[in-house]
Write a protein that binds this ligand. Structure first.
Ligand code: SI3
Length: 292
């Protein structure tokens, strides 16, 4: 089986001024991931504003990214939503489009039972027709807090190869990695990439990789060469950008930076997200001119 370890950009979805998907800019985001030598892309996740898109749009994005990647990236399709059937449809489309893996967030909002969750993942895996599954655990946004045992059960489902663990709880990450040595754990919060690797993650998937992906690659290299001191200083510099993005809003902030860099055409986000106001833009401009 494919080795998925590595650093992945959670792709944004660029829009035009009318909030329609801008496929040309989407293509240049993919090229930007290739140029940064990233391992792959994670398409249609939280960062991709997937929950603000229709099924057809999500499918179109999956297909467009696969075409633009020219076989140079590992492709992970996030197909999750709270409706099992929708997830299955997208998983099937991902398989058809040539993706290497699917991923799905734990279904949220209704407080589904854990047995319902297991059935949900079984159904998606089935629809993905042989593609490996990476469970997406992001308790802070879903409100679904899985226990260590529940995570282990999910990881033991057929074709589940790993988890994207977007949680500040590094103790849980360490336990997952330790108890499931055959599975891959991706770190989901970019600000703890280095500590996540120390705790047993074998890579990361995140929004800020679209802009500073090479920093995470560098941290990984420094860890491998035993230079944790320098890895810490790279993480530190990444975190100062992340501080600012968290302050102004991660998705609109990243879109503004990418637009300023000429990689995407507009910094439009989908309502109810809001674009940066002029004061926020000034903050980001000042940061870019001094640090990026
Ligand atoms: O699904 C996705 O798009 C992600 O990979 C999300 C990713 O884990 C991001 N998490 C959230 C809550 O947005 C992080 O990359 C996050 O933006 C970053 O660490 C800043 O907090």
């Amino acid at each position: 089986t494919k080795n998925f370890a590595g650093e992945y950009a959670a792709l944004l979805t660029p829009f035009d001024q009318k909030e329609n998907i801008d496929f040309k800019s989407l293509q240049s985001l993919v090229v930007n991931a290739i140029d940064q030598d990233l391992t792959g892309v994670y398409v249609g996740g939280s960062t991709g504003e997937a929950f603000l898109q229709s099924q057809a749009e999500r499918r179109d994005c999956l297909e467009s990214v696969a075409e633009s990647s020219l076989g140079k990236l590992n492709l992970i399709a996030h197909v999750g939503s709270i409706r099992t059937k929708d997830c299955c449809e997208l998983a099937n489309a991902a398989k058809g489009a040539g993706y290497h893996a699917v991923s799905a967030v734990t279904p949220f909002y209704y407080g589904f039972s854990f047995d319902a969750l297991l059935d949900h993942y079984r159904a998606i895996v089935d629809a993905a027709d042989g593609l490996p599954m990476i469970v997406y655990n992001i308790p802070v946004l879903t409100g679904v807090a899985l226990s260590d045992m529940q995570i282990e059960e999910l990881l033991n489902l057929e074709n589940v190869i790993g988890i994207k663990q977007t949680s500040i709880d590094l103790y849980q990450l360490e336990k997952i990695a330790n108890r499931n040595p055959g599975k891959i754990v991706f770190n989901g919060f970019d600000e703890i990439f280095l500590p996540g690797q120390m705790a047993g993650a074998q890579g990361g998937i995140g929004s800020t990789y679209n802009v500073i992906g090479s920093k995470y690659k560098e941290i990984q290299k420094l860890i491998c060469s035993g230079d944790v001191g320098r890895a810490k200083s790279v993480q530190k510099s990444a975190n100062r950008l992340i501080d600012l993005l968290v302050l102004v809003g991660v998705i609109p902030g990243l879109k503004y930076i990418l637009q300023q860099k000429g990689i995407i055409a507009t910094d439009t986000v989908r309502a109810p997200f809001r674009m940066l106001d002029s004061m926020q833009k000034r903050l980001v401009d000042d940061f870019i001119s001094s640090a990026l």
